[in-house]
Design a protein. Structure first.
Lengths: 138, 128
């Protein structure tokens, strides 16, 4: 990955990390009502792991951005429901609901989108400042 | 006779510092959701004094006594959180946003000072 040099690197990376987060939320919500016949096949919520990415010249610049380094499954067991009439039920008559907490995902979605907006706001403010600086003395 | 750089000197270095501080605050805002990230900031006054060599006593020879006041150094300082969060992240959105908007405003102020100085120089050159 390239070095972090300016505001566009910082906020651009942060925005793509937040976008990854929004994508995982979308996947989780899309699969929230999935039902499966075994505990292994049941959908489990996924979450990105954020990590600070420091600039190579951190001592001089103090710049840091963020990367979504990996995506992990949340350690939560799918809900086991007794429903023998269900077509996907196993031999004992159980089905497994996806391990997704919808409320939690909605909160996550709001937070991610707010932070995405924050980054956009920072970029557009600083871009305006840059434009004014370019026109300095005119 | 002072040169152009000397004429603009103080504001030019202030503008550079403001721009650096803007980028550091942007880094903090970018890392608002990263566990264990420690928010950084620039001590503007100290840095400006250091760049313009005013304020604290400077030592110009190795055998001089160092000034009593310790310099924090060229590097940034860490922000002390008002409400520490459980994941070790010390970025507080409200604080960062306020600092950012203040810094942007001060950047614009410095920029208009510079503009005024330049237009002053220009009218002096033209003899208007």
């Amino acid at each position: 990955m390239s070095d972090i040099k300016n505001i566009f690197d910082i906020s651009g990376r942060a925005m793509s990390a937040q976008l990854t987060r929004l994508n995982t939320v979308a996947s989780n919500l899309a699969n929230a009502n999935n039902v499966s016949g075994s505990i292994d096949k049941a959908y489990k919520a996924i979450k990105p792991v954020f990590e600070t990415k420091f600039a190579d010249s951190l001592r001089q610049s103090g710049l840091a951005s963020v990367d979504a380094v990996q995506i992990k499954e949340v350690n939560r067991l799918p809900e086991k429901v007794y429903m023998p009439e269900h077509p996907q039920a196993n031999e004992e008559g159980f089905i497994f609901n996806a391990a997704v907490n919808v409320e939690e995902e909605l909160v996550e979605m709001l937070e991610a989108s707010r932070q995405y907006q924050n980054n956009i706001e920072v970029v557009s403010t600083l871009r305006n400042l840059m434009m004014r600086t370019i026109n300095m003395g005119k | 006779m002072p040169s152009f750089t000397e004429h603009l000197g103080f504001h030019a270095s202030a503008l550079q510092l403001r721009s650096r501080r803007n980028e550091m605050l942007a880094s903090n805002i970018a890392n608002a959701a990263t566990p264990n990230f420690k928010a950084r900031d620039l001590d503007f006054d100290t840095e400006l004094k250091r760049i313009n060599k005013i304020g604290n006593i400077q030592t110009t020879n190795n055998s001089h006594f160092a000034s009593i006041q310790k310099r924090i150094g060229k590097d940034s300082v860490f922000r002390l959180p008002i409400h520490p969060s459980l994941d070790g992240n010390t970025v507080e959105m409200a604080v960062e946003q306020m600092q950012f908007s203040e810094n942007v405003m001060r950047y614009q102020t410095t920029l208009s000072f510079l503009n005024n100085k330049i237009s002053g120089l220009r009218s002096a050159i033209k003899g208007e």
